[in-house]
Write a protein that binds this ligand. Sequence first.
Ligand code: PXG
Length: 460
Amino acid sequence: MNTTTRTTQEWQRADAAHFLHPFTDFQSLARKGSRIITRAEGIYLHDSEGHKILDAMSGLWCVNVGYGRQELIDAATRQLQELPFYNAFFQTATPPAIELAELLAEVTPPQFKHVFFSGSGSEGNDTVVRMVRRYWDLLGQPQRDVIISRKNAYHGSTMAGASLGGMGGMHAQGGLPIPGIVHMEQPYWHELGRSMSRDAFGLLAAGWLEAKILEVGADKVAAFIGEPVQGAGGVIVPPETYWPEIQRICDKYGVLLVSDEVICGFGRTGQWFGCERFGTRPDLMTFAKGVTSGYIPLGGVMVGDRVANVLIERGGEFNHGYTYSGHPVACAVALANIRLIQREGLVERVRDDTGPYLAECFEQLKDHPLVGEVQTCGLMGAVLLVKDKASGAPFPEALELGMVCRGHCFGNGLVMRAVGDRMIIAPPLVMTRAQLDDMMVLIRRALDLTLADAQRNGWL
Ligand code: PXG
């Protein structure tokens, strides 16, 4: 499409008149006008005003291989010409879906030999809810239907996805959560555990799972679901002791462990999957985003042997699926994307080079007057803005300092997300050290401008 056919104002007017955006206050956006992104190359976006913007959020945690990769474009084009669509419902399959299932079995941990495809992460988590309940049904324990999740988790925006998520604002709209989903506290050391060591807090926070299992009744708990690192919740990296203890508790009570890898999967943490970084052995694994680097929608659930064997061997139809389960074009793009990640050694690069380098760069931000905590894991990171460095005391929520900082990022050609006062990044995995240096210059500039605002307005 020729994006020069309309001016920015014309795009904004049409946008405001017809397009209801996700997670948006429609009226206030209509007043302000959207930023119109027109093209992208590598790690940079370009908008309709001619600005070049470093995309430190990889689109929305997904463009792992960067923009404009010809292999992915060619794979889509070829598949669109050959067979743009066929379904997998009625005893049929397409070569790209079969080959992707095979390749996913190869790149995921050894317990995963099967996949159920969806169109997104939310749909993948709907599949998780249906599947764990079906599993316990087939084992003659239909009462075992409760799924435990965590506050401040994000698992999507469908009815089941939003229910699994732990966002109060989402539950408040639409009568959520659906029955049989309960939440426990998150492993956020800075907010909940500062009086103890991170490792001691990790064990305490994992212990909340055991307490919740006993409260619900061990014979009623079907599964526990968690993101290895909470992404949308603010890049909350749990203490190293947390996940092994969660695994131990799940094993003790026979509770299925579900790792939501929609953000952490496909190299983000410096391992192929976040569960490998944190040492768990999940029974189910949700994925989306990075599986196609966001070039085209695709999601799904990796099904471990424990669950797959029951679903397959106990037989009967699983009454669940989506028109686009195994969409051939999406699967063809995923194949090209995963092969590119393999060929360029992107996971190893994050693990051995750029991940540790990002950690060093973020450590240096600690000297900044606004920075209370920094955390990184592979190529994602968070910088917490605080009013008082010594005590970690936050700024009043009403100031929305994170949004002030985010404004300065945009103003200086950088996309960074603000989750409250946690400034977060998840840049493309193709970032070089030199590009990370460029990004750090922009981050520090945004922090300095935010500090100047805080000083000028007497917020400090
Ligand atoms: N699980 C996790 C862990 C996610 O991060 C989903 C499931 C849902 O995926 P879909 O494809 O249905 O959106 C996600 C999505 C943010 C933000 O503001 C994060 C997501 C989506 C939208 C916004 O950080 N993650």
